[in-house]
Design a protein. Structure first.
Length: 90
């Protein structure tokens, strides 16, 4: 929704959304390559790690909190983008 609220083109928003999801998925490989606390922090942002836990049936609250955080952030940024467009047009 957020990326779609930024552009008028549906094709461009689809491409950018795919790139964002791909980036959040590939972060897992970067987290494995980078060791230490920074790598662990990147690993917590990865969609792949948390998704595989949920698919395996592991009920982990950190996965649910991460998905809820992404959803809340997306809705918040979308609302801010729509408000900015509303004030820009008036």
């Amino acid at each position: 929704m957020f990326i779609s609220s930024l552009t008028d083109s549906t094709i461009l928003s689809a491409i950018l959304t795919f790139a964002l999801v791909l980036f959040l998925w590939v972060i897992d490989a970067a987290a494995v390559a980078i060791s230490g606390p920074f790598g662990a922090a990147l690993g917590q942002l990865s969609l792949l790690t948390h998704y595989t836990n949920l698919v395996k049936g592991v009920f982990d609250t950190s996965s649910l909190i991460m998905f809820a955080s992404y959803i809340i952030l997306g809705v918040f940024l979308t609302a801010q983008s729509i408000d900015a467009l509303r004030y820009q047009r008036s």
